[in-house]
Design a protein around this ligand. Structure first.
Ligand SMILES: [Zn+2]
Length: 235
């Protein structure tokens, strides 16, 4: 499926935690920014509870600025904007507060293309579910938001079901560097090189094996079908 973005597009990558956007679609965002679209990463929570049990036992604490600053560093020099809504992580609910908070930010950014988490996934993080549900709900009231794309769940054993494959071969090294910016999360398998390379090869092997055999790297996205039935009209 061709997915053409133009300088008139305003992409909002709406995620739950400070490292999610890099894991799900760092290369995609870089490509779309290079195509001239405005791109903003919006992080719902500050992520202070994203700390390992070992670190917590060692007395390490995070403040509300720590992890959003790591995200900002991940996008330094890319012309991609990053903002954090400062909500508390771990117990997000797709309730009126979350939906209206998201609606406000999407309206302010004049979002035409929304990227977010997968909606229906068994063992993905509970905050990912909440953000995806609230974002889809809010997007229905954003004039001009004609495309919603969902990243693959982060769970290691989830099979690829994306139908939009974005070739990120030229950005895989940058993606690995961006993931390393999340120093407070170091040691987590899903930020490391083996998992990231595997995850970027898997969509190719599933859908485009010839390209996978050539070493191409991908990010897989799943569109919301309802909105695809509504052809984009852009200024
Ligand atoms: Zn997350």
């Amino acid at each position: 499926m061709p997915l053409l973005l133009s300088p008139a597009d305003r992409v909002v990558a709406l995620v739950a935690h400070p490292d999610d956007a890099e894991i799900l679609f760092f290369g995609t965002l870089r490509r779309w920014r290079d195509a001239g679209a405005a791109v903003t990463v919006v992080i719902a929570t500050h992520g202070v509870h994203g700390i390992s049990v070992t670190d917590r036992d060692a007395g390490i604490r995070l403040d509300a600025e720590h992890r959003p600053a790591e995200s900002a560093a991940a996008y330094a020099g890319t012309e991609i904007d990053v903002e954090c809504l400062g909500l508390e992580d771990g117990a997000l609910q797709p309730d009126r507060h979350l939906v209206s908070t998201i609606e406000e930010v999407m309206t302010r950014l004049a979002c035409t293309v929304l990227l977010t988490h997968a909606v229906h996934t068994g063992n993905d993080h509970q905050d990912h579910h909440a953000v995806a549900k609230a974002a889809v709900n809010a997007a229905a009231r954003i004039p001009g938001c004609t495309t919603i794309l969902h990243g693959q769940p982060i769970a290691a054993h989830h099979s690829v079901d994306g139908v939009v494959l974005v070739d990120i071969t030229n950005h895989i090294d940058g993606k690995l560097k961006a993931l390393q910016r999340h120093q407070s999360q170091s040691g987590r398998y899903y930020l490391g090189q083996p998992f990231t390379r595997h995850r970027s090869a898997a969509p190719g092997w599933a859908k485009l094996p010839h390209q996978a055999a050539d070493g191409r790297c991908f990010e897989a996205l799943t569109p919301s079908l309802m909105l695809l039935a509504n052809p984009p009209e852009r200024p």
